[in-house]
Write a protein that binds this ligand. Structure first.
Ligand code: IMP
Length: 180
C-alpha cells in the first residue's frame, strides 16, 4: 500500500514548492547581492533538508551550508530553552546567517536558535521557511522569507513528519483523521 493513501488532502503541490523555491532563491540572491554578501545557510535537521536542497539550486551566490539539530526541553515553555543535539561544524563569527526551517509554528524554535546564533557572534541572522502558521505564533518572531502561509493544520511531507514518517513525500499534505 502506498503511504499516499493516508493523505486526506494535498495543501501544497510539488510544482508549487518548486516554483516558490525558485522565487525565494532569486529574492535571496538579489537581497544579499545588493550588499555584496553571501549567507551561510544553517538548516535545522531533519525537516528542512528537502527545502534546503530545492532552495540552493536557485541561490546564485557563493554560499555555504551547515546543519544543526535542536530539540526543546520537555515540560518547559521558556522560549530560549532548547537543547542542541548537533551543533554547527562551521564558525559563525562575523557571518551572515540564513536559518532554513521547514515550518514556523509557535516560533519558539526559530526564536531560540536565532538568539543563540546572534549571541555566538553572527553578523546577521535571517530566516527562510517553507511554511508559516501565523495563527499559532506565541513568540514575537517572523521569517524574512516565507514559502507558503497555511492555516492551522498538522501537515506532513517535503521534510515534515508525523512520528518520523512521511518526510519523503514530494508535496505537503494533511493526514486522514484515522492515521493519528
Ligand atoms: P515551533 O517551535 O513551534 O515553531 O515549531 C517548529 C517545529 O515543530 C518544526 O520545525 C517542526 O518540526 C514541528 N512542527 C510544527 N508544526 C508542524 C506540522 O504541522 N507538521 C509537522 N511538524 C510540525
Amino acid at each position: 500500500m502506498s503511504i499516499r493513501e493516508n493523505i486526506d488532502k494535498v495543501l501544497v503541490t510539488e510544482e508549487q514548492i518548486r516554483a516558490r523555491s525558485k522565487e525565494l532563491g532569486e529574492q535571496i540572491t538579489n537581497d544579499y547581492a545588493k550588499e555584496n554578501k553571501a549567507p551561510l545557510l544553517v538548516a535545522l535537521l531533519r525537516g528542512s533538508v528537502p527545502f534546503l536542497a530545492e532552495l540552493i539550486k536557485h541561490i546564485d551566490l557563493d554560499i555555504q551550508y551547515d546543519f544543526m539539530d535542536v530539540t526543546s526541553y520537555e515540560g518547559t515553555r521558556s522560549t530560549g530553552d532548547i537543547k542542541i543535539l548537533k551543533d554547527l561544524d562551521t564558525s559563525i563569527v562575523g557571518k551572515d546567517i540564513l536559518l532554513v526551517e521547514d515550518i514556523v509554528d509557535t516560533g519558539r524554535t526559530v526564536q531560540a536558535v536565532k538568539g543563540m546564533l546572534a549571541n555566538k557572534g553572527a553578523a546577521s541572522v535571517k530566516i527562510v521557511t517553507l511554511l508559516d502558521k501565523p495563527s499559532k505564533r506565541v513568540c514575537d518572531v517572523n521569517a524574512d522569507y516565507v514559502g507558503f502561509e497555511i492555516d492551522d493544520y498538522f501537515v506532513v511531507g517535503f521534510g515534515l513528519d508525523y512520528d518520523q514518517r512521511y518526510r519523503a513525500l514530494p508535496f505537503v499534505g494533511v493526514l486522514k483523521a484515522d492515521q493519528y
